[in-house]
Write a protein that binds this ligand. Structure first.
Ligand SMILES: Nc1nc2c(c(=O)[nH]1)N[C@@H](CN(C=O)c1ccc(C(=O)N[C@@H](CCC(=O)O)C(=O)O)cc1)CN2
Ligand SMILES: [Mg+2]
Length: 295
């Protein structure tokens, strides 16, 4: 079994992005002095997991030399005030921004996401970007799904004509990764089956046992066991579950699955860092679009 080292691949991507930015700036595209890309992160409340992910995003910005700012709000901010901040950020100098999820229960996330300028939506969550992604058009792509495709690409794992089973259909992971792997691109052209936590376990097992690639994103420790996969399968574990012991685990029974899978992402160090790499790639793309480097 080979580990798919998301930590290493993400470091590689951040370095590459930094160097490409350096190059564009030194070339003075269209004769202008370009400033480096910039991102803002809106963080509401003090959810410890969100704090940790945001720290990861800041570290990645530092490595790629992307300017960054955290904009913090108290847990009890109103949806109205948060929307006003979004409207301000849409017009600001930031090339892109995100609203860290989850939001407090009194704020409906779609009412906020839908107001983000599609040009600055570096999470790729806005309906315009999601729609373009689904149609196979150039767009900002949901960061986790984008990161998973980059990981598959890095390890030269074929997807063309392969059977992929995605377990989980959230808007930020399961749904976009299913669509992207079914699109007509090099990293795509797969036969994709979309399942979730409601798929009867017997049917789910029949599907996953046939899969060349299983992507599991359900948020349940120990959900995917070795009797659910075929020998040599590629297993991509998107889960992040913190056990009572404090240990961080994915959705796979790692010990079991690692004896049977051909490739497997660890948790931590697999998909998580690739999510952040996807965000950095989107920021780079938003910056290039703004500066007319790419349309
Ligand atoms: N606005 C967004 N909110 C959320 C997203 C998102 O893409 N945009 N995704 C998740 C959380 N997430 C990014 O925000 C995220 C999750 C995990 C990691 C990560 O690097 N995990 C590490 C372990 C970190 C730890 O020790 O806690 C790993 O797997 O190695 C990065 C980003 C929900 N919200
Ligand atoms: Mg999902």
């Amino acid at each position: 079994m080979k580990l798919l080292d998301g930590k290493k691949v993400s470091e590689f991507i951040l370095k590459e992005v930094k160097e490409e930015i350096d190059q564009y700036i030194s070339q003075k595209h269209l004769g202008y002095d370009l400033s480096r890309p910039s991102m803002a992160i809106v963080l509401v409340g003090n959810n410890p997991a969100s704090e940790s992910y945001v720290r990861g995003k800041i570290k990645a910005c530092e490595k790629a030399q992307i300017n960054h700012k955290i904009i913090r709000f108290e847990e009890d901010i109103t949806a109205y005030d948060l929307l006003n901040e979004i409207k301000y950020l849409n017009k600001s100098h930031f090339d892109g921004f995100i609203v860290q999820l989850p939001l407090p229960n009194h704020i409906e996330p779609n009412s906020i996401i839908n107001e983000i300028s599609a040009y600055k939506d570096i999470d790729g969550f806005h309906p315009l970007n999601f729609g373009k992604m689904a149609l196979g058009q150039k767009s900002m792509r949901p960061a986790t799904a984008y990161g998973i495709l980059k990981l598959i690409q890095h390890y030269k794992i074929p997807t063309n004509g392969k059977h992929v089973v995605v377990v989980g259909r959230s808007n930020i992971v399961g749904k976009p990764v299913s669509i992207m792997l079914g699109n007509d691109f090099d990293i795509g052209r797969a036969t994709v089956t979309s399942c979730d936590i409601h798929t009867p376990k017997k049917l789910l097992k029949e599907e996953t046992q046939k899969a060349d690639i299983v992507i599991v994103a359900v948020g349940q420790a120990g959900f995917l066991t070795s009797n659910m996969i075929k020998e040599g399968a590629v297993v991509i574990d998107v889960g992040i579950n913190r056990l009572e012991t404090g240990k961080l685990v994915g959705d796979c029974d790692f010990q079991e699955v690692s004896t049977k899978a051909g490739f497997l992402t660890p948790v931590p160090g697999g998909v998580g860092p690739m999510t952040i790499a996807g965000l950095i790639l989107n920021t780079f793309e938003a910056w290039k679009m703004k500066n007319l480097i790419e349309k």
